[in-house]
Write a protein that binds this ligand. Structure first.
Ligand code: HDE
Length: 734
């Protein structure tokens, strides 16, 4: 029987795939790297001798008209004119990386998909993180939902989980998607605001569409302003199904939980970063991978047996509901690591395309009405963005063989060597695979019913889980949510919008509604429209996800110095920061050589105080040195730097005369500072006035808990932020 894949092509495919289906090797087929051995050519391959001057008429020293004849110049300009493709209609701004997925414990009781059962496999993956509302050029740190889209290049084909960092969604039915997105995107008359939900149309829709209530609570929580893509959970959101070898089907929700813990920015920091460093998240991901601190997530599923589908208060197919973890715990059994940055943004991140409909044998869909619509939408949008042959692009193509009779279309790359392009054919070429050969089989679900435009009764309840979420927040998170509502509704100019929203919040919690009403100018409600049931659930507060092990790895630690700094303290802390795989950032009043006390050392700082702000670091250290501290204490920006870092609840440490600078900057009676030999930690401020070289130890195991200066400093920094400072009202100096 003729095999339609010629032997040479098969061999080439095998060679690039390797035994693991290596995606990096696969993409390398299309990668080239310019070197000084290369010579300039046109796109049609002819060497060119000038890349700067258009061919034109010259008369002596005077130049005349440019000539149309210059094919090379025209090619250069024409190619440039067509560099842009349409941005994604949502999730336009994003960043991504490559990595690997490993199964730690087989889930073969749930599925026969080897990607979830075979412990010997390392499945290559690609993830794209994104914001939803902003354009490609908008800022990273805006309040928004974050996309968490994962492509698994399995040996059975590509499997995409196109998820978010929030486990629920604004709508239950795909039919409402254009409305929720139009309402959230910039308003149609003036295209304002960019990348923000703080405007009339967004909140008008939220009120008029009560099923969004649960989701807007999540969006107003700290989940809406993550510290890093590496510190977010990922959720498949929709209900999928897994099918095991016996043909038994279960309903599942997919979860990714980060090893570094779930952490957010504080709102003032997020606002400032949007201007000071709009690429903050993109750089953070790149920097961590570049430094070898590979972000990791554990992967798990919540499982509902088919026979239990209707045994819950909520409909398990309703994407506006979580499956509370006290009822349905997450079963973690695999891990995902990102360990490779892209080589080129456009071809590997911008051209990446996901489809919820891409599943592999052993994984299936459910009747979740949002998912069913998504399964239609993603393929369709790729046609507009990338054209019909988008699955041939290097980042999108599977690592396993692809063989069928789909043909032609714009920009077809693959060359199909055969006399037939249809099925059935006389060569018996490209036969459908049997189930035993790995052919996908739809689950034989029994369906009966009548055609209606309706949703089940359980879909109509919208407030229970919004209340559950609010009740499950810590005090700090509740405070942040109040501030988030206050900010957002203050940006709504139409009284009908903010007044109605206060009424809607009264469906969740009367106290919350009253506080928000006072802040934003709504009528203060006297009665809860739906009494709060008072129940809580585990897994909703992000404070339940601390780092697996306290670490400062990949955190940025600023070291503030000026001429005359204490070189011993500086060098010891810098070396320990590096040994802990964190990133020291040396900041001084100027970016030119800074000399230590006594002139024994000098160092070229990374940045000066005006160019690089405290918002861009996680912790600050000020070494002593009389002259250095005298200079910094007279520098308004240095004082502001420290006050701002303090206000953003970051760990701040100082030794020697550095302690005096903190005294000048904070002047707060509530904070204890060291006055002698002892290392003192107070509200995340760590000081030791008299510090000797032997007090610094190089490698510090911060998981052991705090002892000396360095342990205190690193342990406190590893906690991400000092919430006690905020709870006790000490952070009012931002
Ligand atoms: Fe998407 N969504 N979506 N979405 N979505 C897109 O596809 C859509 C929804 C999500 O990094 C688009 O390739 C519909 C939920 C992510 O490339 C588009 C509905 C969740 C990304 C689309 C939803 C998501 C997208 C635009 C309601 C969380 C970025 C560009 C039925 C589980 C993927 C594109 C990337 C992108 C449609 C709802 C996540 C238009 C119709 C729920 C992470 O096809």
């Amino acid at each position: 029987m003729a095999n339609i894949i010629p032997a040479t092509v098969q061999a080439a495919q095998k060679a690039v795939m390797g035994s693991k289906g290596d995606k990096i090797a696969d993409m390398a087929r299309d990668t080239r790297e310019p070197s000084d051995n290369d010579r300039l050519t046109s796109d049609f391959g002819v060497k060119q001798s000038n890349n700067d001057d258009w061919l034109r008429v010259a008369n002596g020293d005077h130049t005349g008209p440019s000539l149309l004849e210059d094919q090379f110049a025209r090619e250069k300009i024409h190619r440039f004119d067509h560099e842009r493709i349409p941005e994604r209609v949502v999730h336009a701004r994003g960043a991504g990386a490559f990595g690997t997925f490993r199964v730690l414990e087989s889930a073969d009781d749930l599925t026969f998909a080897p990607v979830l059962t075979d412990k010997s496999r390392e499945t290559p993956v690609f993830i794209r993180f994104s914001t939803v509302l902003g354009s490609r050029g908008s800022a990273d740190t805006v309040r928004d939902v974050r996309g968490f889209a994962v492509k698994f290049y399995t040996q059975e084909g590509n499997w995409d989980i196109v998820g978010n960092d929030i486990p629920v969604f604004f709508i239950q039915d795909a039919m409402k998607f254009p409305d929720v997105i139009h309402a959230g995107k910039p308003e149609p008359h003036n295209e304002v605001p960019q990348a923000q939900s703080a405007h009339n149309n967004f909140w008008d829709f939220q009120y008029l569409h009560p099923e969004a209530t649960h989701m807007f609570m999540w969006a107003m929580s700290d989940r809406g302003i993550p510290r890093s893509y590496r510190m977010m959970q990922g959720f498949g959101v929709n209900t999928f199904t897994l099918i095991n070898a016996e043909g038994k089907r279960s309903f599942v929700k997919f979860h990714f939980t980060p090893e570094l813990g779930v952490h957010s920015l504080v709102w003032d920091e997020a606002l400032k970063l949007a201007g000071q460093d709009p690429d903050f998240h993109r750089k953070d991901l790149f920097e961590a991978i570049e430094n070898g601190v590979y972000p990791k997530w554990k992967f798990g599923v919540q499982v509902v047996k088919e026979e239990d589908e209707h045994n819950f208060e909520f409909d398990i197919l309703d994407a506006t509901k979580v499956w509370p973890e006290d009822l349905i715990p997450v079963r973690y059994f695999a891990e995902l690591e990102l360990n490779r940055n892209p080589d080129e943004f456009f071809t590997q991140i911008e051209q990446a395309a996901f489809c919820t409909s891409h599943v592999v044998p052993g994984i299936g869909f459910s009747d979740d009405p949002l998912l069913q619509g998504r399964n239609f939408s993603y393929f369709d949008t790729q046609l507009t963005r990338l054209g019909v042959n988008w699955q041939e692009l290097p980042v999108n193509r599977p690592v396993c063989p692809v063989m069928n009779f789909n043909r032609d279309g714009a920009m077809r790359h693959r060359i199909e060597k055969s006399t037939v392009n249809y099925w059935p054919n006389r060569l018996d070429a490209v036969k459908p695979a049997t189930h035993a050969e790995g052919g996908y089989l739809e689950y034989a679900a029994k369906i009966e019913g009548i055609k209606v435009r309706a949703r089940s009764t359980k879909f109509k309840e919208h407030f229970n889980q919004a209340q559950l979420f609010w009740n499950s927040m810590s005090q700090v998170e509740k405070n942040h949510m109040i501030n988030a509502f206050a900010f957002e509704l203050d940006h709504c100019s139409d009284p009908i919008v903010y007044k109605r929203m206060v009424e809607r919040i009264a469906d969740i919690d009367l106290g919350l509604a009253q506080t928000v009403a006072e802040m934003v100018g709504g009528d203060i409600p006297q009665k809860a429209s739906h009494a709060n049931h008072g129940k809580k659930a585990p897994g909703l507060s992000q404070f339940e996800y601390p780092p697996v092990k306290p670490t400062i790895a990949s955190r940025r630690v600023a070291i503030l110095i000026a001429d005359g700094y204490d070189a011993v303290a500086f060098n010891a802390v810098r070396a320990s920061v590096l040994a802990s795989k964190a990133i020291p950032m040396i900041i001084a009043p100027k970016r030119s050589n800074i000399t230590s006390e006594g002139g024994s050392h000098s160092i070229f700082p990374h940045h000066h105080l005006e160019g690089f702000r405290s918002t861009m670091v996680d912790a600050v250290f000020v070494p002593g040195g009389k002259q250095s501290i005298a200079t910094l204490s007279k520098n308004g920006r240095a004082i502001h730097w420290l006050r701002e870092a303090f206000g953003h609840l970051k760990t701040i440490a100082a030794t020697g005369e550095g302690v005096d600078l903190l005294q000048i900057a904070f002047q707060l009676p509530g904070i204890q500072l060291s006055s002698g030999e002892e290392a003192v930690e107070s509200y995340g401020v760590v000081t030791q006035r008299n510090i000797k070289p032997e007090s610094f130890k190089e490698a510090v195991d911060i998981a052991q808990g705090a002892k000396g200066f360095l342990e205190n400093f690193f342990y406190s920094s590893a906690q991400h932020r000092n919430w006690a400072r905020e709870l006790d009202g000490l952070n009012t100096m931002v």
